[in-house]
Design a binder for this molecule. Sequence first.
Ligand code: 2BA
Length: 109
Amino acid sequence: MKLILAIVQDKDANRLADALADEDYQSTKLSSSGGFLKEGNTTLMIGCNDDYVDHALEIIENSCSHREQMVAPISPMGGNADSYIPKPVKVEVGGATVFVLPVEAFHQF
Ligand code: 2BA
């Protein structure tokens, strides 16, 4: 058994959860936030048998889009913040960041 952790954008989360449920995958949705943008994203935990991992990854890939986001960089260290005009930079986010972990044991009590 494997545990798939998929970090996706909030905009894609419901579509992905629905697509997984349609194919009989069980998932748990967690609210999370990215360390870089400090904005909300969604982490889906999907437990499944090894044989189904590739199919689950396909569903994730097909349900999540790449998007560009503008980010205002923080002011330079030691600089005068008054005269600093941040120039937004483009960052590409997503579709999905996915970890596949081995599951040592699975219990439902
Ligand atoms: P964030 O950490 O908020 O990152 C959002 C996007 O900002 C990233 O998109 C990437 O394009 C960019 N980015 C991140 N760190 C950067 C840096 N030091 N310099 C320049 N640009 C940077 P994604 O790579 O698609 O990641 C989306 C979200 O997935 C991340 O949100 C984070 O929550 C998660 N994530 C990505 N890689 C991870 C990892 N190795 N471990 C844990 N979580 C990860």
